[in-house]
Design a binder for this molecule. Sequence first.
Ligand SMILES: [Zn+2]
Length: 116
Amino acid sequence: MGLLAGTIFDRPPHCERCDLPETECQCPPEVEPAGAFLPANRQTARLAVERRKHGRKMTVVRGLSGSESDLPALLKRLKDLCGAGGSMAEEVLEVQGDHLERVRAELRSMGYRIRG
Ligand SMILES: [Zn+2]
């Protein structure tokens, strides 16, 4: 007697992409969506302007984690914003020049909490 008739066991879960049963699906894992990062409002960025060799100033963003924020994208955004070069070393973002106010306003508008 079909005890399971009409239940989900009639049709095991199928992949939404290839429509094979999930047990046979060979699709590669989904690329992590941007939403996998931690919301900006749960992260605190620490900002500073530091003086480097020859008196050059750098705007430095610390305190963000590459697993919680898309740091390369963030660096690009800040460089575009400031029209300046920049770099990332480990999890520290640096933008050439003193752009503290602009960087602070931008990060704040993205929802980050700011210290410094
Ligand atoms: Zn599939």
